[in-house]
Design a protein around this ligand. Structure first.
Ligand code: IMP
Ligand code: MG
Length: 174
C-alpha cells in the first residue's frame, strides 16, 4: 500500500507542458528538431510535449540502465537501447522525466556529442536539486523541486505508478 500526496496536479502539468512546447517551438523554428525521449520515464511527458510543439519534429527514444529498483542512482550507466535515427548533424532535444544526481544526463549529453550532432539540449519535466553531483545544464525544465521521491506521470517506483495521471510524493508502507 502507498500513501500518496499530490505535488503537481494534472492541470498544473498540462499548463506547464504547453508553455514548454511554445518556448521550444519559438527556439527551434525552421530547424529540423529530433526529440529523443529517455525510456521508460519520459514516455508520457514526451507524448504530451510533442503535441505542444507546433513544428515538424521527429521522435526517437534511447534507453539506459542505472537505477534498478532502488531510489538512488548506482552511478554506472549502461546503454541498453540506442536511438535508431541517424543523429549526425541533427538538432537534438533530449527529453527526460527527472534530473536527480545528474549522472544520467551528463552521460547522455556526452553520448550525443560523440555522435556529431549539430546541437544537444535538455528538457526535463522535473529538476530535483538536493542530490546533484554532475554538473548538467537543464535548458528547459518544467518544475523545480528540492528533494523527495516522486511518482506518477511516467515516474516510477520499482516500475509501478507510471500510469498515475498526476505527480505525487510516495511514502511506501513496508
Ligand atoms: P540521475 O542520474 O541521478 O539524475 O537519475 C535520473 C533518473 O533517476 C531518472 O531518469 C529517473 O528514472 C530516476 N529518478 C530520480 N529521481 C526520481 C524520483 O523522484 N522518482 C522516480 N524516478 C526518479
Ligand atoms: Mg526511472
Amino acid at each position: 500500500m502507498m500513501e500518496k500526496e499530490i505535488v503537481f496536479s494534472r492541470q498544473a502539468i498540462d499548463d506547464r507542458v504547453r508553455q514548454l512546447g511554445r518556448e521550444i517551438a519559438i527556439d527551434y523554428r525552421e530547424r529540423p528538431l529530433v526529440l529523443v525521449g529517455v525510456l521508460n520515464g519520459a514516455f508520457i511527458f514526451l507524448a504530451d510535449l510533442a503535441r505542444a510543439i507546433d513544428l515538424p519534429v521527429t521522435i526517437d527514444f534511447i534507453r539506459v540502465a542505472s537505477y534498478g529498483d532502488a531510489t538512488t542512482t548506482s552511478g554506472t550507466i549502461r546503454l541498453t537501447k540506442p536511438p535508431e535515427t541517424d543523429l549526425t548533424g541533427k538538432d537534438i532535444l533530449l527529453v527526460e522525466d527527472i534530473v536527480d544526481t545528474g549522472t544520467t544526463l551528463a552521460w547522455l549529453r556526452q553520448y550525443f556529442k560523440e555522435h556529431q550532432v549539430a546541437s544537444i539540449k535538455i528538457c526535463a519535466l522535473i529538476d530535483k536539486h538536493e542530490r546533484r553531483k554532475a554538473e548538467v545544464v537543464v535548458d528547459y525544465s518544467g518544475f523545480q523541486v528540492e528533494k523527495g521521491f516522486l511518482i506518477g506521470y511516467g515516474l516510477d517506483h520499482a516500475e509501478q505508478y507510471r500510469n498515475l495521471p498526476a505527480i505525487y510524493t510516495g511514502v511506501v508502507d513496508e
